[in-house]
Design a protein around this ligand. Structure first.
Ligand code: NAD
Length: 349
């Protein structure tokens, strides 16, 4: 089967990462050329060995390439996606797919009308920390998971320029929030029952610099999703509780702990421990015969890489790993999170 040539629109941090790191590992996709409105980024792309286009029209009229990657600020995705599909290109679009679900619905109409593949780069479904949690969810090694806490925290504020501005789709909910919510909805196979959220504005920007959302599912799973950009001390990346154990993944280095309950907790045998100015049995560590410390499971890669799948969808009519209906669900959840924070209310479904 022939290679798919792809052009990149937007050679900033992420466009360049696709061009120099993600796509070179693929055998069936190759970067054809690059377009960016910033001449300095074009010069860099040229230096790095890529053909460059002097305008978007020149890129879209180049029949050499079948596909484009859109890696520009969020508010430009819609127009670029529609123009690219109308010019006959299949599209990979960076997240967040669009500014809202209405825009996304319009883009999906264009995809249908032009019969083009449109796929969103939800790359964090392949993150190893997420795959470990997915393993625990599916194998029930520590019992059915009923509490899932997923956090990313940093202390560097909001990076870059456009991410500070509402008009460009800035803020952390539309940034890291998209990844964490996509992972959560991909993980938990149940409809959402309720959402309550709060956005943070610690840094004084017009957009949120973080948020906390409590999302409950019909099957009883409760989750906490948190993004922070002024956290000088981080909480673990994942903390999950099952009916017979607890697991923690501290960071992307995959360090963590898994403690599994074995046998019954014999309350009468617990030895009280000193706690502050008092004693406690309740909060004493579990006895050695009641709990077992195990290694976290290894991540399991169930799917082809994102671009291999994109290739298979175009050439072999395969099912996309990232389905547009799933992306739409995330987009709608994001709208509900904004609404819940604004109204200071729980949203019930
Ligand atoms: P960036 O600011 O580093 O790069 C954006 C680039 O787009 C700049 O070079 C800018 O000149 C160019 N640009 C702006 N408008 C353009 C237009 N109309 N046509 C052509 N070029 C244009 O931003 P970034 O961090 O690379 O983010 C780009 C997109 O990638 C965003 O949607 C972001 O959310 C997403 N992203 C995804 C991930 C991920 O892990 N999936 C990580 C980072 C960023």
């Amino acid at each position: 089967m022939t290679t798919i040539k792809l052009d990149i629109i937007g050679y900033g941090g992420m466009g360049r990462y696709h061009a120099t790191t993600i796509i070179p590992k693929e055998t069936n996709i190759m970067v054809n050329g690059v377009y960016d409105i910033d001449p300095e980024r074009l010069t860099l792309a040229e230096k790095e060995g890529f053909r460059i286009y002097s305008s978007l029209s020149q890129l879209l009229n180049d029949t050499d390439s079948e596909a484009v990657l859109i890696a520009t600020p969020n508010d430009s995705h819609k127009e670029l996606a529609c123009r690219a599909m109308r010019a006959g290109k299949h599209v990979v679009c960076e997240k967040p797919v669009m500014m809202n679900s209405q825009e996304f619905a319009e883009v999906l109409d264009v995809a249908e009308e032009t019969d083009r593949v449109f796929m969103v780069h939800q790359n964090r479904r392949w993150d190893e920390d997420f795959l470990i949690i997915r393993q625990l969810y599916q194998t029930q090694e520590i019992g059915e998971l009923f509490q899932i806490e997923s956090r990313v925290q940093g202390a560097n504020g909001i990076p870059g320029d456009w991410r500070h501005l509402k008009q460009h789709g800035g803020g952390m909910l539309l940034d890291w929030g998209v990844h964490l919510l996509d992972q959560l909805l991909f993980l938990v196979d149940s409809p959402v029952k309720s959402v309550v959220s709060e956005l943070s504005y610690v840094l004084g920007d017009e957009v949120d610099d973080g948020f906390i959302s409590y999302i409950t599912f019909d099957n009883g799973v409760k989750s906490l999703i948190e993004v922070g950009t002024s956290n000088f001390i981080k909480l673990p990346r994942w903390y999950v509780k099952g009916y017979s154990g607890t697991a923690v993944i501290h960071d992307w280095d995959l360090s963590g702990d898994l403690v599994k309950q074995v046998g019954q907790v014999a309350h009468h045998e617990l030895i009280p421990v000193q706690a502050g100015q008092g004693l406690t049995k309740t909060m004493a560590p579990p006895s050695e015969d009641a709990a077992q410390r195990l290694s976290l499971p290894a991540p399991v890669f169930e799917h082809p890489t994102f671009y291999t799948n994109f290739y298979q969808v175009i050439r072999q009519d395969a099912a996309p790993v990232v389905k547009n209906a799933e992306v739409m669900r995330v987009m709608q959840l994001i709208e509900d999170i904004f609404a819940s924070a604004e109204k200071r209310a729980v949203i019930h479904y």
